[in-house]
Write a protein that binds this ligand. Structure first.
Ligand SMILES: Nc1ncnc2c1ncn2[C@@H]1O[C@H](COP(=O)(O)OS(=O)(=O)O)[C@@H](OP(=O)(O)O)[C@H]1O
Ligand SMILES: [Mg+2]
Length: 480
């Protein structure tokens, strides 16, 4: 059975790396920022290698599906014949390895993008319900964060789809929601809503090129799918990191939020998929509250064909490319690559022209500290405050140049809040590190252990270096 189409085949243009960055040179030998430069150089070298390979093997990479590599990815590839949920309308499979014997994760990427498309579809329906009437779908968790039917439903749906596609034995997921609060007797109505929402969504699976269940899932199957997401991550093997609704506050306020799914192998994120259902295609609308965007949209309704808002961004580590495709509209069927376009980071290096983004809530990141940094680096524009990993999407798409997050002391960042965004920004040409210039460490379990002060993502090395310097200069006098 034909299985899937590689993302590598969706585009055939591979501009040279430096040309792709608008000709910006990159210094790899800075003595002052050696670790930073080494990091950036290694990102650059990996990208250059990959591009050379792709140029040599275009347009279709040779399939090595019979090659039996002793790696966990083989089990994913081999599980496809028995439990693949991909429909028949797709191209020849890539065997899980490209012509250079490296896993290309094409099948995982294909399933992940489709699953995130479905999750976005689900979230849009729930968010519309929240906006039209405050109908009790917002719950309070013990940790006081807001959680919705969408959180649990997305987690159940994505978990079920991944398990069906790769076999539940082969799928390990780290995800935000645990099943305890949903299993309580007092949550019976909520659970019923989740089961209905999941089944409504899975009934649409064929439109997204995936197979849904033969019969509607029962309560126990939905709970089982949620509770399967019980991995604790770690340094070895393969697991998925899922944030079913990232930016819960944005979601319940009818604003920006994201569905984030990453595949992590041996502690490194290798695939990143980010669904951004409210991401506006006109970048100036990112800075407006979504309510305003909705009013404007009503005044000038988009035509059915126009791409007004909502996308899924994705990238494979080392692929040297990042992509964005629109959310599936109306009753259409997803035909890969679904009008995907390449995305890349901005070429702006001048701080005076750069836009920085940060969390909306000052309890999540110190606005006063970033304002000081902005001043010292010479950033002049107002910060773009956006909920969720949409900030990573904005950097990858070139709509902003800098993302900074400095959480209060003691807060431990979770891997699912960053993994997908890191891969996408890096493959779109940007840099992501902690404030010490080191890569984020996804190998230590569910937290980004050892994170130095904060997170800094930039379109290019020069801006990144300036921010790191500014953090060093002002950290000791800050109250953080
Ligand atoms: N106190 C504190 N400090 C820092 N970070 C925190 C904190 N509390 C939560 N979180 C995590 O931040 C995620 C939301 O980040 P955002 O960048 O979207 O923040 S904001 O809502 O725009 O203010 C949010 O993700 P979601 O829970 O998925 O919304 C949390 O994982
Ligand atoms: Mg989150």
């Amino acid at each position: 059975m034909p299985l899937y189409t590689s993302s590598s085949t969706v585009g055939t243009k591979f501009p040279s790396l430096l040309g792709h960055r608008g000709g910006r040179g990159i210094q790899c030998n800075s003595s002052r920022f050696q670790s930073l430069s080494l990091l950036f150089c290694s990102q650059l070298c990996s990208r250059t290698r990959t591009r050379t390979r792709q140029q040599n093997t275009q347009p279709h990479i040779v399939s090595f599906s019979k090659f039996n590599k002793n790696s966990s990815s083989t089990s994913f590839a081999s599980s496809s014949s028995s439990s693949s949920s991909i429909m028949e309308d797709q191209e020849e499979n890539m065997g899980g390895f490209n012509g250079f014997m490296e896993p290309n994760y094409s099948r995982e990427l294909d399933v992940a993008v489709r699953a995130v498309q479905m999750a976005c579809f689900l979230c849009q329906k729930v968010q519309q319900g929240l906006i039209s009437k405050s109908n009790g779908q917002v719950q309070s968790k013990e940790d006081n964060s807001l959680v919705t039917v969408a959180d649990w439903s997305v987690q159940a749906t994505v978990s079920w789809l991944l398990s069906e596609s790769f076999g539940s034995k082969n799928v390990s997921i780290v995800a935000e929601e645990d099943v305890q609060s949903l299993s309580k007797v007092e949550a019976a109505d909520l659970l019923e809503s989740v089961v209905k929402t999941v089944n409504d969504c899975l009934a649409e699976a064929p439109r997204f090129g995936l197979q849904g269940p033969q019969m509607a899932l029962g309560t126990s199957e939905v709970l089982a799918a949620i509770s399967r997401c019980n991995s604790n991550g770690g340094p070895t093997g393969r697991f998925w990191a899922l944030d079913p609704v990232d930016g819960t506050l944005g979601f319940v306020r009818g604003d920006q939020y994201a569905v984030a799914l990453a595949l992590i192998e041996d502690g490194e994120p290798v695939l990143g998929v980010l669904g951004c259902p409210n991401y506006p295609m006109r970048k100036e609308w990112l800075s407006y509250q979504h309510r305003y965007h909705r009013i404007i949209s009503k005044l000038t309704p988009p035509t059915s064909e126009s791409w007004d808002k909502g996308c899924v961004m994705y990238a494979r580590r080392g692929g040297g490319e990042a992509w964005m495709q629109p959310l599936l509209q109306g009753h259409k069927k997803l035909v890969w690559p679904n009008s995907a376009r390449p995305i890349q980071v901005s070429a702006i290096e001048n701080p005076a022209l750069a836009t920085f983004c940060e969390p909306v809530e000052k309890s999540n990141s110190s606005h006063s500290f970033t304002a000081g940094l902005a001043h010292s680096v010479g950033l002049r524009k107002q910060p773009l405050r956006v909920y969720s990993m949409v900030k990573y999407a904005a950097i990858a798409r070139g709509d902003a140049e800098i993302f900074m997050k400095f959480a209060r002391a003691g807060y431990k960042e979770k891997i699912w809040d960053h993994a997908a965004g890191v891969v996408i920004i890096q493959e779109a040409g940007g840099v992501v590190t902690d404030a010490g210039g080191r890569p984020l460490d996804f190998s230590k379990g569910i937290y980004l252990e050892g994170l130095d002060r904060g997170i800094i993502a930039c379109a290019g090395a020069k801006l990144h270096e300036k921010i790191i310097r500014a953090v060093d200069a002002s950290w000791n006098s800050s109250s953080l």
